[in-house]
Design a protein around this ligand. Structure first.
Ligand code: NAI
Length: 334
């Protein structure tokens, strides 16, 4: 099949070419993000291949359908950026990569936790300046602390296991309880209880209508004074403005983000020579107790290789049987 691959960087090409070594599909690499303006670039392609900030809303999907596109292969686990109902109506099959490396994301989450707790970002800058003072770098032992995990799917479970290894008590909230997690010492509780008792709250649920702004002003008020919040799931699970207020008030102790509500206009590009126009994001950058990475939790060789292989398998499945190997259907929205 001829496939328009949007939002591609050199690293995407490397792993997709490796997975497509037999040359079964003609991959047309496009740097721009998929949106209404760039959709015509898919003309003549049977499929598009999209990443997390590509826009697959009803309008874009209708345009793609008009250009002959019948499949969307997502290079991601998340599918909140796709109007699945519109795709179903148009007869566009959607495939995703349900699991590529939960370890990549879980390990990055731990990196954020350790950085915030031991102030590695500040220590690094200080030592380079010849400042070896320790004031302001005081952390706490993770051993014995309580970690609250929201969403114990593949990534959440991997994170729970690492934190159990540190000797933490792990509380979890998930509408569906995983007996494996429970057998490994993870205690399921309701969200208010998790928020009230956790020293660290880490988000690993998908972005759905039910989880949009799950962490809002009210949820932040329930959290322990001085607790740490880490979000490596999707930006809009957190109400960023409410979080800024909690940081200003000093009630939220620290914040680690790999995702941001309005990241589509920022992340995955070098904007270092440009004026930052997002005032909310700019405010976040002013806090010494906030560490932000630009949606890189997934970014390991192992994960990129697995993403490319599954993406090609989805394309093969659609070419052979009219169905990706890992389809996403409209029911998943519920
Ligand atoms: P998964 O589907 O294995 O697990 C998601 C879990 O969240 C499920 O157990 C589900 O029952 C639970 N859940 C659903 N609604 C919930 C709610 N209202 N409250 C609490 N839990 C809820 O997904 P996986 O692979 O663990 O990924 C989780 C999320 O991580 C993805 O949806 C994606 O948004 C994000 N992600 C971020 C990446 C990054 O680079 N920062 C990379 C990959 C995924």
């Amino acid at each position: 099949m001829r496939v328009a691959v949007f939002s591609t960087k050199a690293y995407d090409r490397r792993f997709l070419d490796e997975a497509n070594a037999a040359g079964r599909h003609e991959l047309v690499y496009l740097e721009p993000r998929l949106d209404a303006a760039t959709a015509p670039a898919a003309a003549g392609c049977q499929a598009v291949c999209a990443f997390v900030n590509d826009q697959l809303d009803a309008g874009v999907l209708a345009a793609l359908h008009g250009f002959g596109v019948r499949m969307a292969a997502l290079r991601s686990a998340g599918f909140n950026h796709v109007d699945l109902a519109a795709a179903a109506r148009l007869g566009i099959a959607v495939g995703r990569v349900p699991e590529y490396s939960p370890y990549a994301v879980a390990e990055h989450t731990v990196a954020l936790v350790l950085t915030l707790n031991r102030k590695i970002h500040r220590a690094h800058a200080r030592v380079r300046e010849g400042n070896f003072a320790l004031d302001g770098l005081l952390g706490f032992d993770l051993h014995g602390r309580t970690v609250g995990v929201v969403g114990t799917g593949k990534i959440g479970l991997a994170f729970c296991r690492i934190m159990r290894g540190f000797g933490c008590r792990v509380l979890a909230f998930d509408p569906s309880h995983d007996p494996v997690a429970a057998s490994e010492g993870v205690a399921y509780v309701e969200l208010p209880e998790l928020l009230a008792h956790s020293d660290i709250v880490s988000l690993h649920c998908p972005l759905t209508p039910a989880t949009h702004h799950l962490i809002d002003a009210a949820a932040l008020r329930r959290m322990k004074h001085g607790a740490m919040l880490v979000n490596t799931s999707r930006g809009a699970v957190v109400d960023t403005r409410a979080v800024i207020q909690a940081l200003k008030a000093g009630t939220l102790g620290s914040l680690g983000l790999d995702v941001y509500e309005e990241e589509a206009d920022l992340f995955f590009r070098d904007l270092s020579g440009e004026v930052l126009r997002d005032d909310v994001f700019a405010r976040l950058l002013t806090f010494p107790n906030v560490v932000i990475t630009g949606h890189q939790a997934f970014f390991t060789e192992d994960a990129l290789r697995a993403i490319a292989r599954t993406t090609l398998a989805n394309l093969d499945g659609f070419a052979d049987h009219g169905r990706p190997v890992h389809p996403v259907s409209v029911e998943r929205l519920a």
